[in-house]
Design a protein around this ligand. Structure first.
Ligand code: CS2
Ligand code: MG
Length: 402
């Protein structure tokens, strides 16, 4: 089998997505998600102008050699744009492989290790009472695990809480908005929030919280310790992870489990975190981490150190990435949990798929390949509109981590 053509599709059904389609001389095609929220066109150019010309004529079954060709062959290694482009190619090739062998991709990764994949939902509110209402709503929908974020007095906008009544969408059209941040009221607020959630819903519900890179290591240690009575499933991105050694400090102060990695694009971003057991869950996702070929190696390495997966699954990863994640999640042994932010209806219409949600779990479906498609005609109705993630400033105006 040979690759005969490949092209990108940029569409915006509810939000921007970049999809790669690879066609073969067997009439089989594969899809890959290359979406990099706020930088989609950089990945589009990296694919169209640099990688696709080198793809034509290759054997799509050679997932390992093609991965190495684009990783080592580029000379300039790693980075979110490069690895999202390689991730898109890799997902499309695994899609082709599954279709050609007439089997779901999970069968190429060891087969099903479990029936369904436990997922977690996002519950949020502008204050604790609203957040509790949203927890109740998602519990009603059947979720066994819920991430809880809420606003608190002193800040006009808070990460993870929609500004208006609409859905929380991590990207806004137009230039980046600026949001305020203040650590001290946040650190006072979060333990109160989770005391209320546990009081209202008891101990059974898995609770998660995203600190979104905003604390110093010792602040994260303090928060983790103060949350210990509420037995969280994890605190996420407690501190920026460029200095992996920061997590040693957090670990010395708390037993609250730690998840990190949605902004990672290489196992080298997590190497020390894993081998020192400074984290409990790796959040790297297939698109941004270089695809199934890369993440299978990362997950197997993590398994040696009791680290499980907890893939990123926000709406800025397309249904192609979600489908691939569910095939991966259902197969690997050290699966932890999968993030699930349901896409907008128009997104699901552009990306028809076999995966489905039922009673707190998701199932990849049994279609050959990844079990997701792209309705290119419908996609044309949603032209790309540049959008950005917000930036964040402390109350004194200092730019900080959003
Ligand atoms: C968040 C994301 O889902 C999460 O855990 O951190 O919503 C993140 O803010 C966006 O994916 C950024 O594009
Ligand atoms: Mg996050």
């Amino acid at each position: 089998m040979k690759i005969t053509n490949a092209y990108i599709n940029v569409t915006s059904p509810g939000r921007n997505f970049l999809t790669l389609k690879i066609e073969t001389d067997a009439g089989i095609y594969g899809l890959g998600d290359g979406t990099l929220n706020g930088r989609e066109l950089a990945v589009a150019s990296y694919l169209s102008d640099h990688l696709i010309p080198c793809l034509i004529g290759r054997d799509p079954f050679q997932t390992e050699d093609i991965w190495q060709y684009f990783y080592r062959g580029a000379y300039w290694r790693r980075g979110p744009v490069t690895m999202a482009a390689i991730g898109a190619i890799d997902l499309a090739l695994w899609d082709i492989k599954g279709k050609a062998l007439n089997t779901p991709v999970y069968n190429l990764l060891g087969g099903r290790s479990r029936e369904g994949v436990m997922v977690y939902a996002h519950a949020n509110g502008k204050d604790i009472d609203r957040a509790l209402e949203d927890v109740a709503h998602h519990k009603e929908l059947g979720y066994k695990a819920i991430r809880v974020q809420s606003g608190f007095s002193g800040l006009s906008t808070v990460y993870g809480v929609p500004k208006g009544s609409g859905r929380y969408e991590p990207a806004e059209r137009g230039l980046p908005s600026e949001q305020d941040w203040a650590t001290e009221p946040y650190l006072r607020h979060v333990p109160v929030l989770f005391a209320r959630v546990r009081e209202e819903f008891g101990e059974e519900l898995h609770l998660l919280h995203d600190c979104h890179h905003r604390l110093t290591p010792i602040e994260a240690g303090r928060l983790g310790k103060e949350l210990e009575p509420f037995h969280l499933f994890w605190i996420e991105d407690p501190t920026p992870a460029e200095l992996q050694d920061s997590f040693r400090i957090i670990r010395e102060h708390t037993t609250t489990p730690i998840a990190v990695g949605e902004v990672f694009n290489s196992i080298w971003d997590a190497h020390d975190l894993i081998r020192n057991q400074w984290i409990d869950y790796l959040r790297m996702t297939l698109t941004h981490g270089g695809g199934i070929t890369a993440l299978k190696k990362a997950a197997d390495f993590a398994a040696l150190y009791h680290v499980r997966t907890g893939f990123h699954g926000a709406t800025d990863l397309s249904p192609v990435c979600m489908a691939a994640a569910l095939h991966f999640d259902v197969a690997i042994h050290n699966f932890g949990i999968q993030e699930h932010m349901p896409h907008a209806d128009e997104t699901d219409a552009v990306f028809p798929h076999h995966y489905f949600f039922k009673d707190g779990y998701m199932f990849p479906g049994d279609a050959p390949g990844l079990g997701v498609d792209l309705d290119e005609k419908l996609a044309e109705k949603y032209p790309y509109q540049r959008a950005y993630l917000p930036v964040s400033r402390k109350l004194d105006g200092t730019l900080t981590d959003w």
